[in-house]
Design a protein around this ligand. Structure first.
Ligand code: NAD
Length: 481
């Protein structure tokens, strides 16, 4: 049974969006040298939110030079206990401004307010708190007695968790004594620009954090800049590959967090109702715009029918619509291009003979939307079983034995995450050892914590973000010196 809910919209009053934004370089906002800019829109309404400067080569030069000056003169030499104070201050300001930032994120990205408010923002603050704690203890992190920063880090961010991915990159870089030039995604620049304002509010020395808005070309210019020491990229495998080619032969350090096609594996002894919630969270959280999404459901044949029936019943209760409504479960697709990509892959699923079922929900007239969709009758050869859809689309396959589950789960070029649902601890441990995935969740899914390293195998990239491992990506370690 489904209930009708009265709308419960979050107020936009906490957010002030300027009509235009400049680039944040050396502690100041300034227009791009060429004067060019682009518009960022609300994907739920297609309304223009703001016009944002587009950084070109002269701007990249200026930002990298500012970061270098700040590194040499201020941030690099500063004792860790002093850097920690700034990071704690940033973390506290993020908490204080979390309602504003959550609303801004939902407006620019399309994600439901209950997710930006209850997941993204608490994690953003947690990442700054966690890394503030490390800044004065790096000699105890296991990277030798006096680990040194790398210098200037170029950090390129995707649009699915704009502020959270920024936090994953900026917090460890600053804690370790590096300065940064950040390039947010072109469809979601606004929370990064709000973060620039937070840096000023925290009195962070100019040049420690620089933010360059722009599209792929800006990102390319930044990662190719000769005075950058470290590149951290989160985005598609295709762009990750091109960055790796560009950086080959240079002494720049590189971490890549790329795509995924995770298996969420449900055994017949799993607590089925909990597993249903885990499947829903695994693929429909953030409209499936999640690199570690459980986009392939592997369900044991003996319970497949039951699981699918309960899953469809549960999906029929999800509410799709206004991201600012506190009741909304499924928000908007981030862009028209992404919607077209999802649509194309979903059509290929039908074309290749899989059976499509979509939850019965009303699609708003304006904006970009895709209903929660499940494909059954999927084989491993289908594109929807192999390619990352990055949308609210689940491909269901079945298995009979644990060995078959492992083989099917690992039959992918990716290796970012996996989920296991079973009541047997021994099976969880055995499976976790067999699965070629950076993160393996057991009887849960999509859990994140700053203390826990995150990253991939194979075409999902390399390097880790978060935890002790993540610190290593921003330090010259004994072995590397
Ligand atoms: P994308 O690769 O198109 O863009 C990511 C970022 O790279 C954007 O800021 C973009 O402007 C920039 N960019 C584009 N071309 C570039 C180039 N040649 N050089 C430098 N920068 C360039 O990906 P997207 O569509 O923004 O994000 C979706 C992808 O990101 C998915 O494949 C998803 O799996 C992946 N992702 C991975 C993780 C992870 O932690 N592994 C997290 C989130 C998203």
């Amino acid at each position: 049974m489904t209930f009708d809910y009265a709308p419960a919209p979050e107020s936009r009053a906490s957010v002030e969006i300027a009509s235009d934004y400049g680039l944040f370089i050396d502690g100041e906002f300034s227009p791009s040298a060429s004067g060019s800019s682009f518009v960022t829109v609300n994907p739920a309404t297609e309304e223009s939110l703001s016009s944002v400067a587009e950084a070109g080569s002269a701007d990249v030069d200026r930002a990298v030079a500012a970061a270098r000056r700040a590194y040499d003169a201020v941030w690099g030499p500063m004792p860790g206990r002093e850097r920690a104070k700034y990071l704690f201050r940033i973390a506290r300001i993020i908490q204080e401004r979390s309602r504003e930032l959550a609303v801004l994120e939902s407006l620019d990205n399309g994600k439901p307010i209950k997710e930006s408010r209850d997941v993204d923002l608490p994690l953003v603050a947690a990442h700054f708190f966690y890394h503030a704690g490390w800044a004065d203890k790096l000699e105890h992190a296991g990277y030798g007695p006096a680990p040194q920063p790398l210098g200037v880090a170029a950090q390129v961010i995707p649009w699915n968790f704009p502020l959270l991915m920024l936090a994953w990159k900026v917090a460890p870089a600053l804690a370790c004594g590096n300065t940064v030039v950040v390039k947010p995604a072109e469809t979601t620049p606004l929370t990064a620009l709000a973060f620039a304002d937070i840096c000023r509010q925290a009195d962070l020395p100019p040049g420690v954090v620089n933010i360059l808005t722009g599209a792929g070309e800006t990102g390319r210019l930044l990662v190719e800049h000769p005075d950058v020491n470290k590149v951290a990229f989160t985005g598609s495998t295709e762009v990750g590959r091109s960055i790796m080619r560009t950086l080959a032969g240079t002494d720049k350090r590189l971490t890549l967090e790329l795509g995924g096609k995770a298996a969420n594996i449900v055994f017949d002894d799993a607590p089925i109702d909990e597993a249903i919630e885990g499947i829903v969270n695994g693929i429909f959280f953030n409209q499936g715009h999640v690199c570690c999404a459980g986009s392939r459901l592997l369900v044991q044949e003996s319970v497949a029918e039951d699981v699918l029936e309960r899953l469809k019943a549960r999906l029929s209760t999800l509410r799709l619509g206004d991201p600012l409504d506190k009741n909304t479960d499924i928000g908007a697709i981030n862009s028209a291009e992404q919607l077209a990509r999802i649509d194309e892959l979903a059509k290929s699923g039908q074309g290749e003979g899989a059976e499509r079922w979509s939850a019965p929900c009303e699609i708003p007239e304006r904006g970009w939307w895709f209903p929660p969709t499940v494909f059954t009758g999927v084989t491993q050869a289908h594109r929807i079983a192999r390619e990352e859809i990055f949308g609210p689309v689940l491909s269901v396959l079945t298995f009979r034995t644990p060995d078959e589950a492992v083989q099917k789960a690992n039959n992918t070029p990716y290796g970012l995450s996996a989920g296991i649902w079973t009541e047997k601890g021994s099976r969880i441990l055995w499976m976790a050892q067999q699965l070629r995935a950076g993160v393996v969740w057991a009887n849960t899914f999509n859990r994140f914590d700053p203390t826990s390293p995150f990253g991939g195998y194979k075409e999902s990239g390399f390097g880790r973000e978060g935890g002790l491992h993540g610190l290593g990506a921003y330090l010259k370690t004994e072995a590397a010196r």
